[in-house]
Structures are given as C-alpha cells and as structure tokens.
Design a protein around this ligand. Structure first.
Ligand code: NAG
Ligand code: NAG
Ligand code: NAG
Ligand code: NAG
Length: 541
C-alpha cells in the first residue's frame, strides 16, 4: 500500500508538471543538458584513464560516475525552453458545413498499428485540404496478425470526432442517397493515390474526382501524403490528430495503466522495443545468426513478402540494417552502466528463434516484463492490434525508451515522436551503423576496449531533446519545430500562442458553435499521458 502511494505521487507529479506547463519545468531543467553532456564527457575521459591503468586503479570511482550518468538518463531530456503546442497560430477557418463540403472521403489504412495511426493523421489533413467530409477511417485487416479490429475496436470514436470538430467534419459512414425513388449508399470512386502524394495532387486530381462522384475511396492509404508540407498549420493539425484526438479505447488504457502502475510501484522503468520477429528479420535479411532450419523459414518468408534483393549479412550489418539481437541490446545497456536491478518492459511480438536468444538477455537483466504480466484474463488486450496498442502506451509512459530497429516498423518511429511531444522523454537510440563494427570486432576476438567504444557511441546522442529533423527522419518521429513553441521566442513563428489549444480553437469559433469542449487553462500538452493518469484515479489525489 505504501509503495503504491509513492507510485501515484510520482505519476501525479509528472502529470501536473506537464499540465502546469513549462515555466517551472523549463527553469528546473535549464542546466540539465550541459550537465549531462559534461558527465558523459567525464565518463569517457574517466573510462579512458581507467583503461590505461586498469590493473592498478580500482574500479570503484569509475563505477560511481557511470552510475550517476545512468541516473541522469531516467529524467526527461532538456527542453531548452521549448514545449509542445499544436494549436493554430494564425486564423483557422471552420470546416465546411454539410452543404458546402466537396464530398465524402473514405480511406483504408493498411499496415500495423502505427502505420495506420499516421495514415489516420494524413486522412484528416487530406480532408481539411479538400474541404471534404471525412468518413471514419477504415483499418485494413492486418495480414501478419490476421487481426480484423476496426477503428471502433481500438480508438475512442466520440473523443476523436469531438476533438477535431474545429478541423474537419467526420461522419461514421457514407450517407444513403435517394434517387429515382430508390435509397442506396453513395458509391465512392476508388483511387490509389501516389506514394507521398503532394498537397497539389489532392487539390487537383483528387478534388476533381470527389466533386464529380460525391465520394472517393483512397486505398491503400499508408504513406499517401508527403510528410514534409510547407504549411506549418497543416503540420500542427497532424499533431492534433496524433497526440490529442487519437486516444485508445478505455479497455486498452486500463490494461496499460495496470501495467504501468505495477512497474512504477517499484520506481522507474525502461521499455525496449525489440521486434526480433519473423517478418522484421526476413525483411532485414540478416539470417546468418540463425540455424540452417531457421534460414529456410526466413528466406521463404522473404521471398513471399518482399521484393527480391541479394543481401549479404556482413554488408547489411555494417550499414546498420540488421536489427540488434537481444544479446547486443543487453551488452549495450551494461556498457552504459545499467545494472541487473534495472526494470525492463519488453515490447515485442513472438520472438523468432525461440527463447535461446532471450535467455542471454535475461541472464544480464532478470527483471524483465512484457504485456502478459497482467494475467491471461486480459488476453484480448494483449494480442494483435490491441496488444500492440498496450505496448505503445507502456512504451510512451516509460522513463526511458529504447528502439532497437526502425526498419519497416513505424512503431518505434512514432513513439519517438510521441515521447518528444510528451515532454522530451528520454529515448536512447543505438546508432546501429556505428555500433556494428564494435560488435564484429568483439565476435572476431578483438574485445579490448569494447565497453568503452560502445559508451562513446551511446553517449554521443541527444537522448530525446529537441533537435532538427534531418532527412530521412520522419515528421512522425520528430515534429520539432512545427508542433513546439517557446514562451520567449527569438523567432516570432516559434512564439507560444497565448492560450491553450482549446482556448485558441474555441475563441476562433465562439460565434459559430456552442462549446462542448471545456475551455480550461491547461497547456496544450494534455494528451494521453495525463488522460491515462486521470484514468487511474489520480485526478482525485
Ligand atoms: C476550402 O474552404 C476554404 C474556406 O472556405 C477556401 O478558402 C478554400 O479555397 C476551399 N478549398 C477547396 C479545395 O475547396
Ligand atoms: C546482480 O548482480 C550481483 C553481482 O554483480 C549479484 O550479486 C546479484 O545476485 C544479481 N542480482 C540479480 C537479481 O540477478
Ligand atoms: C512474456 O513473459 C512471459 C512470462 O515471463 C513469457 O512466458 C513469455 O514468453 C514472454 N513473451 C514474450 C513475447 O517475450
Ligand atoms: C489563464 O491563465 C492566464 C495567466 O496564466 C490568465 O491571464 C488567464 O486569464 C487564464 N485564462 C482562463 C480562461 O482562466
């Protein structure tokens, strides 16, 4: 009972900190970045000195410094005076009323949970661009999981529609029309949009069709809108969808909060996304570490699902295209100074190659959990899309997040973006390309200085602080600076709107609509974190 109180308190502090906004948060953290950097440098130096004199000088001093760095990482990254904000910063016109809409827009979002998620964000932006009425997006059946969950099974629909009411009109289905005495559903004209289609494609080709037919059906719809759009207001709309309007259904939120509470009851925890799974491994084509029998399975799967390509393991690995193995992840964490008491939540599907890969990791880090920790009674929330959603929430809320592979999976990419938005939560992103030669040396018997070399790579990153988006980094991985603002900005465009997201939208529509959305004085970073916190009864603390 006592530990539970502590847990709730720390979660509450986190929640209120974000909610209170950034004034206090900012000043509190202002000196953090340089300090952290300094310590990282200190570790490198100390580490080097230690290597020189490893036989004579004791380990103790080095260990303490490392320990301190690791403790630093449990906090959020330095915000540098930035905070999340996706409220419009210029006049934002209301969506067209029914009679002025250009038509109905249907989309089918294919792919896994997060690929669908970004497709939903794109759909809202496209509806906005076209002045179309959005039909609740359809989620394509997932071939890998054989999952038939639809939007209504995963997301909170009333919240979605209500949150976006100042942006787009959303209906549950294409309406029926009456013509020549017969009532039937309006048929949507099917189009396959070009990959990463520019805004102009929607303003011309797609617009012409929707006007002509009254409804269009865009399928497939993953990655069908360019990620880089010149209009920052449209980018902010993407963030409003992704970080405010898309909320998982209550059963998913409940399961996630049960897991987070359980993990938090003993202090901080990290989450690792480890897609060491058949489809990822087959895609990556890094088969050499498996048995011949496993090769056959991987290569067969590859031939059936992906374009043919000659893949040489060593080359693939050297350019960072091979997923980290559980053992590599364990060695990296240990080199960084995490010890065997570290609590780890593992987000992963069925591990390929069975337990033998995991055993090595478990020996290094025995306090390992996954979503089955809440019990088999919750099975429906720990499988397929819903299971992935639970993993998403737990990774979002963890103190440290470690993606190990970003291949065709958007899961890690989206989470990094979401964690950035939720207050620059620490993300440790191993640079696989820089780390591969170090591991290869070790495998070939050149193990001296191994941990030191790993540390040099690992402490040379931003850990989830605001940073410039570098191609090919996705907007969904890093929405800075469009969806962030500064209270005292040098650049006018970065200036925080005076009020919260709701205040901004409500004030622009005051005459037009009654406001169901509460106009509170919260910052705009009300998002899933706090909603989850509220869901655990924290609001009454
Ligand atoms: C959408 O509506 C806005 C505001 O009424 C208008 O300025 C814009 O030209 C319209 N765009 C299209 C594609 O209909
Ligand atoms: C962690 O490692 C220490 C030795 O470094 C050992 O004594 C302890 O039993 C280990 N703890 C667990 C949970 O494995
Ligand atoms: C999750 O944990 C349970 C119990 O520790 C284990 O049996 C299961 O294999 C784990 N699943 C995955 C995907 O790691
Ligand atoms: C919000 O807070 C600001 C100062 O922090 C205050 O001036 C403003 O009146 C508040 N707005 C509402 C709606 O309470």
């Amino acid at each position: 009972m006592k530990s539970k109180n502590i847990d709730l308190k720390s979660m509450w502090e986190r929640a209120t900190k974000t909610r209170r906004g950034l004034g206090s948060e900012t000043s509190l953290r202002r000196h953090h970045g340089p300090a952290r950097l300094w310590i990282a440098v200190a570790v490198l130096v100390t580490g080097t000195i230690w290597l020189w004199s490893s036989s004579s000088v004791g380990l103790l001093g080095t260990y303490r410094v490392q320990d301190y760095v690791v403790n630093e990482l449990w906090r959020t990254a330095d915000s540098n005076g930035w905070r999340a904000s996706s409220a419009p910063r210029t006049y934002w016109s209301p969506p067209p009323i029914e009679s002025e809409s250009n038509g109905y827009l249907r989309v089918r979002c294919n792919g896994g949970l997060t690929q669908q998620r970004s497709a939903i964000c794109n759909a809202v932006v496209v509806a906005r661009i076209m002045n179309a009425t959005l039909v609740l997006p359809e989620l394509g059946t997932n071939s890998f999981w054989h999952d038939k969950s639809g939007f209504v099974d995963i997301y909170d629909v009333p919240h979605f529609i209500n949150s976006l009411k100042y942006d787009v009109r959303i209906v549950m289905s294409v309406p029926k029309i009456t013509a020549q005495g017969k009532t039937k559903k309006l048929r949507a004209y099917k189009i396959e949009p070009p990959r990463d289609a520019p805004v102009t494609w929607y303003r011309t080709t797609a617009l012409e069709k929707i006007r002509k037919y009254g409804a269009i059906h865009l399928t497939p719809f993953s990655h069908r809108l360019a990620e880089e759009i010149d209009d920052p207001e449209l980018q902010r709309l993407r963030c409003r969808v992704n970080y405010h309007a898309l909320r998982f259904k209550s059963n998913i939120m409940k399961t996630s909060s049960d897991i987070v509470n359980k993990l938090r009851s003993e202090g901080h925890f990290m989450s690792i996304h480890l897609p060491f799974e058949l489809d990822m491994l087959a895609y990556a084509g890094c088969v050499d570490i498996f048995t011949p029998k496993e090769w056959v399975i991987l290569l067969k799967y590859r031939a059936e699902h992906f374009p043919e390509k000659s893949l040489v393991y060593k080359q693939r690995r050297l350019i960072g295209k091979c997923p980290l193995t559980p053992e590599e992840v364990g060695l990296i964490l240990r080199a960084m100074g995490f010890d065997n008491t570290t609590r780890i939540y593992l987000a992963s599907g069925k591990l390929f190659g069975g337990e033998r890969f995991m055993k090595i990791f478990k020996d290094m880090f025995p306090r390992l959990e996954n979503h089955s920790m809440v019990g088999s009674g919750k099975l429906e929330e720990t499988r397929g899309l819903a299971g992935s959603a639970v993993d998403y929430m737990v990774c979002l809320l963890s103190d440290i997040f470690i993606p190990t592979y970003d291949g065709p999976s958007n899961f890690a990419n989206n989470l990094m973006g979401h964690r950035l938005y939720n207050g620059f939560r620490t993300t440790i992103t191993p640079n696989r390309k820089a780390i591969a030669p170090i591991f290869m040396d070790r495998e070939e018997g050149r193990a001296s200085g191994f941990e030191e070399r790993v540390r040099q790579v690992m402490f040379n990153t931003h850990f989830g602080a605001p940073h410039k988006r570098n191609h090919p980094e996705s907007f969904y991985t890093n929405s800075w600076p469009e969806c962030f603002c500064q209270t005292k900005a040098r650049n006018h465009a970065d200036q925080c709107p005076p009020d919260s997201l709701n205040d901004v939208l409500v004030s622009q529509f005051q005459d037009k609509e009654d406001t169901e959305v509460e106009a509170t004085n919260q910052t705009d970073s009300i998002s899933q974190t706090e909603e989850l916190a509220d869901g655990t009864g924290l609001a009454t603390v």
